[in-house]
Design a protein around this ligand. Structure first.
Ligand code: PMV
Length: 309
């Protein structure tokens, strides 16, 4: 039996503007993971998918046209040249909440690629895995920037610009993030389409906002490379102000973001598409438990602490 894993992720700076060519920064979140298991099945069985969390088992050949898993299985088998005539059971499970900005779709796809590679004793580098997953992300999300598949395939903090530019950079001083879930599902596609419509109506205004967010992402990278945690916090707050102007925040997000700052977080913002999903707060060892507790009391559905290094 072959097993593949992939972590979740959060975007620290630059969501939405990254779709318009500005830089963004994302980091892996190893506390949540997707897992895929690949086992041989009896002769003539074909490929069976077991989606544990959804309680579904089905033959890949009979999957619905919009099935979320079929594209990555097919493209991976084609890429490694083993063909689709396989007898396999692929079992997928994940602790990454769906549609909350933690990269669940890209992580499940990455775990499947890794498990298939191991099963067939093949190897692809992180770039090739990221490219395969990106193709599936396009099917599900319309116009993804590619940041999710990149950070998840490389498993390192990344500075990312749409179109392929990607740099892994140095984290001078490890830092702690509290990630809190509003409990509101927010499909990325919807938020991205709304921003696109707004940009089409008022291009000059939105281009300026994207520029400002891009500048924050650049400064955020410098702050991380210099270990300047206070500057990072200020930049997160400023990024959140601009995301609010893009109209991708929500009352639930604003509530948790405000509570984190009251609890002593150095900065807090939404992460990912917004409108719901998760917010992140930059904390120290001293403020971590207080901020986490206050977020729970304020109604966060889940709170995760991750160490970025
Ligand atoms: O919600 P997520 O984790 O899929 O993040 C979306 C990030 C956006 O910048 C809004 C879209 C993208 O493709 O980069």
């Amino acid at each position: 039996m072959a097993v593949g894993y992939a972590s979740g992720k959060v975007i620290l700076f630059g969501e939405h503007a990254v779709v318009y060519g500005r830089p963004a920064i994302a980091v892996p979140v190893t506390q949540v993971q997707a897992q895929a298991k690949v086992e041989d099945a009896g002769r003539g069985q074909g490929i069976t998918v077991v989606a544990r969390d959804l309680g579904q088992t089905y033959k890949l050949s009979e999957a619905a046209p919009d099935d979320a898993l079929r594209p990555i299985v097919v493209s991976t088998l084609e890429r490694i040249g083993v063909g689709l005539e396989q007898d396999l059971t692929i079992t997928v499970s994940s602790t990454i909440p769906i549609a909350r900005g933690l990269g669940s779709g890209a992580a499940v796809s990455t775990a499947i690629v890794r498990a298939l590679l191991e099963h067939f004793d093949k190897w692809l580098d992180s770039r090739a895995i990221s490219d395969l997953v990106f193709e599936t992300e396009k099917i599900h999300h319309g116009t993804p920037s590619g940041i999710d598949n990149t950070v998840i395939a490389f498993e390192k903090p990344v500075y990312f610009v749409k179109g392929g530019k990607m740099e892994i950079f140095w984290v001078q001083r490890p830092f702690l993030l509290v990630i809190a879930d509003t409990g509101v599902q927010s499909p990325t596609k919807v938020a991205v389409e709304d921003v696109r419509r707004a940009w089409e109506r008022e291009p000059a205004k939105y281009e300026e906002l994207f520029d400002d967010i891009g500048t924050i992402a650049e400064m955020g990278r410098q702050a991380i490379e210099q270990g300047d945690i206070e500057a990072m916090g200020r930049l997160m707050n400023e990024n959140q102000r601009l995301l609010r102007l893009l109209k991708v925040s929500s009352p639930e997000l604003e509530g948790l973001i405000g509570v984190a700052r009251q609890g002593g977080a150095l900065g807090s913002k939404l992460s990912g598409a917004g409108r719901g999903g998760n917010m992140i707060a930059l904390v120290t060892q001293e403020t971590c438990s207080r901020v986490s507790m206050m977020l729970r009391l304020a109604g966060a559905k889940d709170v995760i602490v991750t160490d970025v290094n």
